[in-house]
Design a protein around this ligand. Structure first.
Ligand code: SAM
Length: 262
């Protein structure tokens, strides 16, 4: 019997209906699949039933790795590492389809790292099917002028199409988490706004949304040294709040910020 480790976000999915929805989201047959945090293998076994070409899994917990090895043997390739420390671009020569019931405590870190590490237009994945806590998923899919809009929505929408697949209740897991969850599907955008350095978008949105109820004036002046030319050029009213600027305006602001620095 496996004792779930809270520190590793171990809430195992036990609801077969939800597992079926997740593995039916996109075609798995003959594709190269990556699963993040396979845990006790509840999703893994259902991915295998769909006949992937190969299945790579990344699991940090060595106790679970031993169990997975015993149960699945050569049907899966196990990487016993922290997902935040792997170089995802070097995982495979093939484009990967990624599944993950992510550990809640690092789910946004994983997504941000993957978005920021995409080299040019070379996506190492074709789809991401990921489970987040609902509150985080709501932030990822929110549009401007809404209360959940912020750094996460802007980063995710920059390079990815996002679709909500379903909400998941605590009773679908063992042990039960205290919160609801949501499964999202991500697909790379063929065309997206070009920036010199992805980290600048992250920096800019972090500073703008530090005080989301305050006017844009203060963060703008921090980033642009009180120079109002960019705001004039982009027709930004600095009396507005950060959530009132749409995605495109944040991309344009980052581009202008980069131009001033080089
Ligand atoms: N996929 C399984 C399921 O749905 O039943 C387990 C999901 S559980 C929410 C998260 C899994 O991620 C656990 O197996 C946990 O050990 C693993 N994990 C936690 N932190 C990790 C990390 N930094 N790198 C890789 N795996 C991690």
């Amino acid at each position: 019997m496996i004792k779930a480790k809270k520190s590793l976000g171990q809430n195992f999915l036990i609801d077969q209906n939800i597992i079926d929805i997740i593995v039916s989201t996109i075609e798995i047959k003959d594709k190269s699949i990556l699963e993040i945090g396979p845990g006790t293998g509840n999703l893994t076994i259902n991915i295998l039933k769909k006949g992937p070409k190969n299945l790579l899994v990344v699991e940090k917990d060595f106790n679970l790795v031993e169990k997975l090895d015993k149960n699945f043997g050569s049907k899966i390739q196990i990487i016993n590492k922290d997902v935040l420390k792997i170089e995802e671009n070097n995982l495979s020569n093939e484009i990967l389809t990624v599944f993950g019931n992510l550990p809640y405590n690092i789910s946004t870190e994983i997504l941000c790292k993957w978005i920021l590490n995409i080299r040019e237009n070379n996506f190492w994945f074709d789809y991401l099917i990921l489970m987040f806590q609902k509150e985080v998923a709501d932030r990822i899919i929110s549009d401007f002028n809404t209360k959940n809009y912020g750094r996460l929505s802007i980063l995710a929408n920059w390079k990815l199409h996002i679709k909500k697949i379903c909400d998941v209740k605590p009773c679908s897991f063992s042990p039960k988490p205290k919160i609801d969850s949501t499964v999202l599907l991500f697909q790379p955008k063929k065309k997206f706004f070009q920036l010199k350095e992805p980290k600048n978008l992250e920096k800019l949105t972090r500073i703008f949304f530090m005080h989301r109820r305050k006017m844009l004036k203060k963060p703008y002046n921090i980033l642009f040294n009180n120079n109002l030319e960019v705001a004039d050029k982009l027709k930004i009213d600095l009396n507005l709040r950060p959530q009132n600027l749409n995605f495109e305006t944040y991309f344009n602001l980052t581009k202008e910020y980069e131009n001033l620095r080089c």
